[in-house]
Design a protein around this ligand. Structure first.
Ligand code: SAM
Length: 207
């Protein structure tokens, strides 16, 4: 599939946010996958990136960023850096005044993501090795937090590191797949919404 066909398909599937569509258009997915999968770069499905992990389906990436209500200048925490692609798409939306901190637990993928991001000349993404279920307190609080691996429940540390008025999006285990949960931090606690069913590789925690 070509990039144009992919864009038409995700538009038909309900992606309307112009900034998100523009960011998908500008971010070369072929630079975030293995060379052997080059011809499949714009297929609307996940692809293996090694170590039993995947780069997510383009529709899922676009959907999550749209539902995260990501804006210019936001500071974002991503859990599950993988290839760096989702971070690169988000970096396009937040612009130069924004910042993305992406946590990845597999050292080889930390290097893969850093290399992909560096080659694209992107300067507002920091890939950190670690267990993302603990968040990244040093840079908190965050405007937005996005979890790109399936978690049994939303880690408390992530809730603590979200700004007042901030939004967190995470696929939480439910039945055979995950339910996409959106949390909004308000001055009277968290507002929770379910956005539907998805399928993700699991979040692996240290304890
Ligand atoms: N966002 C990625 C991209 O654009 O390529 C795809 C994410 S992939 C579906 C999920 C990633 O979460 C994997 O790379 C996996 O190693 C990572 N992961 C799983 N548990 C983690 C944890 N506790 N902390 C950080 N990363 C974790």
């Amino acid at each position: 599939m070509t990039k144009e066909k992919l864009l038409a398909e995700i538009r038909m599937m309900g992606i309307k946010d112009k900034k998100v569509l523009e960011a998908i258009e500008k971010t070369p997915r072929e630079k975030f996958i293995r060379k052997t999968d080059d011809s499949q770069a714009y297929g609307n499905y996940p692809l293996p990136i090694g170590y039993d992990q995947t780069i997510s389906q383009p529709y899922t990436v676009a959907y999550m960023i749209q539902e995260l209500r990501l804006k210019k200048a936001h500071k974002v925490l991503e859990i599950g850096g993988g290839s760096g692609y989702n971070a690169a798409v988000m970096s396009n939306v937040v612009g130069k005044e924004g910042k993305i901190i992406s946590i990845e637990r597999i050292p080889e993928l930390v290097e893969f993501a850093r290399k992909n991001i560096r080659k694209e000349g992107i300067e507002n993404i920091w890939v950190v090795k670690g267990d993302g279920s603990k968040g990244y307190k040093k840079q908190s609080l965050y405007d937005r937090i996005i979890v790109t691996a399936a978690c049994p429940k939303i880690p408390e540390a992530l809730k603590d590191q979200l700004k007042q008025g901030g939004i967190l999006l995470a696929p939480v285990n439910a039945g055979f797949g995950q339910e996409m949960i959106r949390l909004k931090k308000t001055n009277h606690g968290f507002e929770e919404e379910s956005l539907g069913q998805f399928r993700f590789v699991p979040l692996v925690t240290e304890d």
